[in-house]
Design a protein around this ligand. Structure first.
Ligand code: ZN
Ligand code: FE
Length: 259
């Protein structure tokens, strides 16, 4: 049996700090757009990479993730997938999915993880055979999404699902928030050497206007305070030694909101 080549990703800037993401099969050149932040950059990316858009997979209903759903569907006839729970809020949705569902794309399995917290019904897309994870506004590099609709307990459950995936997974997030997230992370865990060296790289990348993403889940586990609630240094610095992790999460989220 010959092994299929993995799916590949083309990442490009959209709006002020979003990323457009095209996941494609290098053989057939069929492509998925993860969310649809902005029409023209997505069309430009499809053309420059010689890709055919067949699907949009939405992570959640916020406008900076669904804005081009209808225009891209009208132009390319692509199928739009989103959380079944968000059918009323995601424009042009054809197929509703939920936790545990698997979508096939060019012989690859895309797993749906429900990752509520930022919104109710937020989902992430995991492609194990290609080591890819698309976390929308749930996980950012060294940070996580704000709690607009869900609560801290919900977001912590979602992050625990992500934490359990293989460490070699490459994480793609919807926004370039890494630098400011990392500055906050350093405030509460200044002694973390992996964090210090990641921040050196991040500063250099941003100075050159280069993306800090994707990032391996392994590096996130070493540097992201929201995945490191059990760090003794973090707990000590926020005066929550030995507290329940969902409470530690809640406290760090509050501190970050005010940072
Ligand atoms: Zn959002
Ligand atoms: Fe967003």
């Amino acid at each position: 049996m010959t092994q299929k080549p993995g799916l590949e990703v083309f990442q490009f800037p959209c709006r002020s700090d979003n990323y457009g993401l095209l996941v494609f099969d290098p053989v057939s050149r069929k492509a998925i757009s993860i969310d649809s932040p902005e029409e023209m950059p997505i069309i430009g990316a499809l053309e420059s990479q010689n890709l055919e858009l067949t699907h949009i997979l939405n992570t959640h209903h916020h406008y900076d993730h669904v804005e081009a759903n209808k225009s891209l569907k009208a132009r390319f006839g692509c199928q739009i997938v989103g959380a079944a729970a968000d059918r009323e809020r995601i424009p042009g949705m054809d197929k509703g999915v939920k936790e545990g569902d698997v979508i096939g794309f060019c012989g690859h399995d895309i797993h749906i993880l429900e990752t509520s917290g930022h919104t109710l019904g937020h989902i992430s897309y995991w492609i194990p055979d290609s080591n890819l994870l698309f976390t929308g506004d749930t996980l950012f590099s060294m940070g996580c999404g704000r709690l607009f609709e869900g609560n801290a307990e919900m977001m912590w459950q979602s992050l625990q699902k992500i934490r359990a995936l293989p460490q070699k997974t490459q994480v793609y997030c919807a926004h370039e928030y890494t630098l400011s997230n990392g500055e906050f992370a350093l405030e509460i865990e200044p002694g973390n050497q992996a964090l210090q060296s990641r921040m050196e790289q991040v500063r250099e990348l941003r100075r050159n206007r280069l993306p800090t993403l994707p990032v391996s889940l392994q590096l996130e586990l070493e540097t992201n305070p929201f995945l490191r609630l059990d760090s003794a240094e973090i707990q000590k610095n926020i005066a929550m030694e030995g507290a329940a992790l969902s409470e530690v999460f809640s406290r760090i989220r509050q501190l970050k909101d005010r940072f």
